[in-house]
Design a protein around this ligand. Structure first.
Ligand SMILES: Nc1ncnc2c1ncn2[C@@H]1O[C@H](COP(=O)(O)OP(=O)(O)OP(=O)(O)O)[C@@H](O)[C@H]1O
Length: 713
């Protein structure tokens, strides 16, 4: 492979001086966007991508990578001698999330819309910019978005005949490779394939499998470009497999400090990238104060990252109701929300007329960490550090885009988590310290004893939670899921569950009680064992020397009557009461049939539910790996027969395709059946457990019982 570095000039130069020169209408649109000069990555990439070179492009967040592929894709298609007809696809862009795919589609659409007459506002197509526009005079390339939540692709594809497809890997693969897709969508003359956020696409096994399936379906005679702010080994593999003599374009930044050698860095220079240390119990207090302090410094738009969808859901409900944040406009965004809701959330946040008096806050997971272009975010706060360290710079990079200033802060728990700063520095992501914020929002040293605002905030949150049992469910779910995410940190030697202060976290979440889960049980045992050890050592201590006690933030279970604690939703509460009553009147229902088959299955499910989440995940990963290996073997076999040539080749390919298709179909049916069975049994076990618990609580024996889903009902 050609490893030549594409030299990207420090200053990009003028768009109008680009060689080869841009087509006038494309240049016109770029100028209308307000850009007279290229960014370095654009200057380094566009001339090469316009010619016949595959490109692997690595440049920091917010450096203008989108235009670096949109412009050459359009140029190549406009200049192409081949006239693409309806049904023929000339370019495909794959992005890891629907938000990013939609954004890329919008950029293509922006170029195209400069050529077409404004549609009649009364027509249904005019209502959405995502709907393919009526074709202008041929041969201008029409883009089409293929992600979940977009209109049925086949009809739209057949009627509009787009030549550029932009989508997420799974949806694109099923669109292109389904029997209907293979007969309707012709890719034989595809000119260019772009993978945006290539490292993310290739390091997730699901995405990678789909990307590879798509690539195998495309002609080898094509250009392929990979773009990302961070590159991984997975990308290196792909370079070998799917690209031909690619040129590598790396836009590096140097951190020039007075009197020091310039240091290479992976984040924009205009980004003030910081960390703040506090107790776990003080995290929510610090989050609230950060929002307040920055707004008092004129900041108007914030993004706050959590590790899980459940945490976003919960904190959205809590923070939206805190009097201290009443002026803030909160929006939540995560992958468990339906596509339409995600789309609305994103546009609500981007279009909200925020000011420092009425700031806008987006609470989200990593679904909004990569690629999504927010023009005017002042501050990014990472409530939870990301489980994958590569995500760190992507999250922080949602601010300080295209040379603008911005600030990012990550909240780190006192103790071992502080090592994360060195860990990132070694990865060319330097962080500077931010101060603990005291109650008057002035910087201070971290308090030596617990900030009294933490227990006070706990009480405020609890008051809120006690108004609706659903909030207590959400709190427990958020806590459990965040803890599971914590066990998945790639930097596991820094983020160690045994070092976590569970009571501190419970305080930051405003929990009423700790959910019963293996990790909490182990922690309780550990704390108890340490106490016994200390007591023993104290007894044995001859000289009366004081022993240092570990800090206890003083979180205690709230005094709640769980029998009468009701859901605010009348129907939900009625269902809860009905379920309790039903179980009391028919206590043995659902305990399996006489031959013991049901009981055996339930035993297995119970065991699975108790199994640590991490083990369940590992099993899934192993299954995934086996499947990928099998696919690869079949692919190798297919390629071997192709290389051998001969008449039987076509038959073998067909046979292979058929067998893969059959297997996938069969697997889907089996999966669906198994899933349905699993779900219904899981529901039964859960109901049974809830009833047992209700009975036990009635007998005033209390306590949190067995499996990890207890406390989450
Ligand atoms: N030549 C240019 N001059 C000024 N601004 C530009 C230029 N090109 C792009 N931009 C703006 O820079 C911002 C960031 O661009 P873009 O989203 O393409 O960055 P990116 O490198 O893809 O970032 P990420 O890695 O986070 O996805 C956008 O708001 C875009 O409009």
């Amino acid at each position: 492979m050609d490893r030549a570095l594409g030299s990207a000039p420090a200053i990009g130069g003028s768009w109008s001086k680009l060689q080869p020169a841009l087509t006038p209408w494309i240049l016109d649109v770029v100028h209308k966007m307000g850009f007279s000069n290229m960014t370095p990555v654009q200057a380094g990439t566009i001339p090469r991508a316009m010619k016949n070179q595959d490109c692997v492009v690595e440049a920091v967040t917010g450096s203008g990578k989108t235009l670096a592929f949109v412009v050459p894709v359009l140029e190549r298609l406009v200049r192409n001698e081949k006239q693409y007809r309806k049904g023929e696809v000339a370019a495909i862009v794959i992005a890891p999330t629907r938000e990013l795919a939609a954004q890329i589609h919008d950029v293509f659409h922006l170029f195209l819309s400069s050529l077409i007459p404004t549609p009649d506002p009364s027509s249904p197509e005019a209502s959405s910019s995502r709907a393919p526009s009526p074709p202008p005079e041929a041969p201008y390339p029409l883009p089409m978005l293929i992600t979940s939540g977009t209109p049925t692709p086949y009809e739209t594809f057949a009627s509009t005949g787009p030549s550029i497809l932009i989508g997420t890997p799974g949806r694109l693969a099923s669109f292109l490779l389904s029997p209907r897709g293979t007969s309707l969508v012709r890719v034989g003359d595809l000119d260019v394939l772009v993978l945006d956020e290539a490292d993310r696409l290739l390091s997730s096994p699901d995405h990678r499998r789909d990307v590879e399936r798509i690539m195998r379906h495309l002609p080898k005679q094509r250009r392929t470009h990979l773009f990302s702010a961070t590159m991984t080994d997975a990308v290196e593999d792909m370079i070998g497999l799917g690209l031909r003599n690619p040129v590598r374009i790396v836009v590096n930044l140097k951190d020039k400090r007075q009197g020091q050698e310039p240091q290479e860095r992976r984040t924009p220079t205009a980004l003030q990238n910081t960390f703040l240390i506090c107790r776990h119990a003080e995290k929510t207090v610090q989050l609230v104060r950060l929002l307040q302090r920055e707004a008092s410094n004129e900041a108007a738009k914030f993004i706050v990252y959590f590790s899980t969808c459940a945490a976003v859901d919960y904190f959205y409900r809590i923070l939206s109701h805190l009097p201290a944040l009443s002026a803030y406009h909160m929006t939540s965004l995560h992958g468990d929300l339906p596509p339409r809701v995600r789309e609305t959330a994103l546009s609500t946040f981007t279009s909200h007329p925020a000011s420092h008096l009425s700031p806008a806050v987006l609470l989200c997971t990593d679904v909004a960490s990569r690629g999504v272009d927010f023009a005017d975010v002042d501050m990014v706060i990472q409530y939870d550090p990301p489980t994958d360290p590569k995500t760190f710079s992507h999250r922080a990079g949602r601010t300080a885009r295209a040379g603008r200033k911005g600030k990012a802060v990550v909240l780190l728990g006192k103790g071992r988590e502080v090592d994360y700063v060195d860990f990132l520095a070694a990865r060319k992501i330097p962080l500077t310290p931010d101060h603990y914020l005291s109650s008057d929002l002035t910087p201070s040293d971290p308090p030596t004893t617990l900030d009294p605002a933490a227990p006070a905030l706990l009480e405020d949150i609890r008051k809120l939670v006690l108004t609706d049992r659903e909030l207590a469910d959400k709190a427990a779910k958020a806590f459990v899921s965040s803890l599971h995410a914590y066990t998945k940190h790639e930097a596991s030697f820094i983020f160690r569950v045994p070092d976590l202060d569970f009571h501190g976290l419970a305080m930051a979440y405003g929990l009423l009680r700790l959910p019963a889960m293996p990790e909490v049980r182990d922690w309780r045992k550990r704390v108890e064992a340490e106490k016994v050890k200390r007591d023993k050592a104290r007894e044995e201590c001859q000289d009366g020397q004081e022993m240092e006690e570990p800090e206890d933030v003083g979180w205690e279970e709230a005094d709640v009557n769980w029998d009468t604690f009701a859901y605010a939703s009348k129907s939900r509460e009625a269902a809860r009461l009905a379920a309790i009553e039903a179980k009391q009147t028919r206590p043995h229902e659902g305990q399996g049939n006489r031959d013991g088959v049901g009981a055996e299955k339930k035993r297995k499910i119970r065991a699975e539910m108790r199994e640590a989440w991490s083990e369940q995940k590992d099993k899934k990963a192993r299954r995934e790996e086996r499947r990928t290996k099998k696919d690869n073997k079949k692919q190798a076999e297919w390629e071997r027969t192709q290389a051998e040539g001969g008449d039987k080749e076509v038959g073998l390919v067909e046979e292979w395709k058929k067998s893969v298709g059959m297997q996938e179909k069969k697997k889907k049916v089996v999966d669906e059946e198994m899933e349905a069975e699993y779900k219904s049994l899981k529901k039964e076990v859960k109901e049974e457990k809830a009833a047992r618990k209700a009975r036990a609580e009635e007998k005033a024996q209390g306590g949190l019982g067995g499996g990890m889903f207890d406390g989450l009902d």
